[in-house]
Design a protein around this ligand. Structure first.
Ligand code: NAP
Length: 308
């Protein structure tokens, strides 16, 4: 077993991501002890039953007392309030991180509440499924997935490297970039695809000429993949869009222009242009498979989804 990188890990929030971190950290011996808290008594009870933490406590303040690494694993809109709550209780020199899908807002909302002595290094493991809650986590979630760290400019390089080593031990590949760039990249690779899925599933549900039973019956025609993404946690995704507003609106503008161009190709029977685009997009799909970020298996053959 490897020597633990941190003594005590405190996880605030024990849903899909928090519980996967706990399971993976324990499996890899990345920390000596894991303390977990969650907002509701129901989740805390379930965490205790599942047994992936050494201790389950009631308050966030209690969870961070004496912790060497604190990871906030809750919807991004709630991160500021939690930082305010735990800031005064942090152990001097503790590393504080998160897993939020948006980084600019997390940096803006959490940093002012943390003491100078804390090493604040936001992070985003680009791995997930459409499931939520403590039962949905698994130790292999981060295997071969990227974890993006967005340290502030004045972050201590040693603390950044220690957190990077932690994520590598959990199976992830680590990349470092600034928060603003992260939010633009993720707007197009994750946030807009989710918005499209939410929209198309909503549209299909509203089309009067097609019955609900037909939507379900013929879903293998492409719709089914969208329904999986559109089943993702409503609160988490509400917070993503409200907190990455500018980048999402910018990318949505570009997307709408390209959609209008496609509309025009269809209207004017421009088969060549359609074929050219579809050939280009097929090559992108092959590149993703070659990079090991997906398998060629059909959706129903996969062990887990892994959009984020
Ligand atoms: P989840 O399974 O729904 O778990 C969320 C956890 O946050 C639960 O423990 C919940 O506590 C707690 N929580 C919810 N609202 C809260 C609030 N207002 N204050 C304090 N705690 C609160 O969610 P998740 O998928 O693990 O997502 C957590 C974070 O990871 C989000 O920021 C998300 O952007 C990011 N992320 C998600 C994915 C993904 O695919 N799901 C991937 C990468 C990153 P209760 O159960 O007690 O309500």
């Amino acid at each position: 077993m490897t020597k633990p990188l941190f003594d005590t890990l405190a996880l605030i929030g024990a849903g899909l991501i928090g519980s996967s971190i706990a399971r993976a950290a324990r499996a890899q011996g990345a920390v000596r002890r894991i303390v977990v808290t969650a907002r509701s008594p129901k989740t805390r009870t379930r965490v205790a039953e599942l047994g992936f933490a050494d201790k389950v406590v009631k308050t966030n303040a209690e969870a961070v007392e004496g912790a060497d690494l604190v990871i906030v694993c809750i919807p991004v809109g709630a991160c500021g309030a939690v930082a305010k709550e735990v800031g005064p209780h942090l152990k001097p020199g503790a590393t504080v991180s998160d897993v939020g899908s948006v980084k600019g807002s997390v940096l803006r909302d959490m940093a002012p509440h943390l003491p100078q002595s804390a090493h604040f290094i936001p992070a985003h493991p680009v791995a997930g499924t459409e499931h939520s809650g403590p039962d949905s986590g698994f130790a292999e979630l981060f295997d071969n997935r990227w974890c993006i760290l967005t340290p502030p400019e004045d972050a201590d390089p040693e603390a950044v490297e220690r957190l990077a080593a932690f994520w590598r031990l959990l199976g992830a590949k680590v990349e470092i970039m600034n928060a603003e760039h992260h939010d633009i990249v993720l707007a197009i690779t994750s946030h807009i695809p989710h918005l499209i899925a939410y929209n198309i599933v909503g549209t299909a549900a509203d089309v009067e000429q097609v019955t609900q039973s037909e939507v379900i019956k013929f879903s293998a025609g492409g719709f089914r993949d969208f329904t999986r993404i559109a089943a993702s946690d409503p609160v988490m995704w509400r917070d993503v869009f409200l907190n990455n507003k500018e980048a999402v609106l910018e990318m949505l503008g570009r997307f709408s222009e390209d959609l209008a161009a496609l509309q025009r190709m269809i209207r004017w029977d421009d088969g060549d242009a359609l074929e050219k685009l579809f050939t280009r997009t097929r090559a992108i799909r092959r590149g993703i498979i070659e990079a090991g970020q997906d398998t060629a298996a059909a959706d129903f053959g996969r062990p887990h989804g892994h959009e984020e």
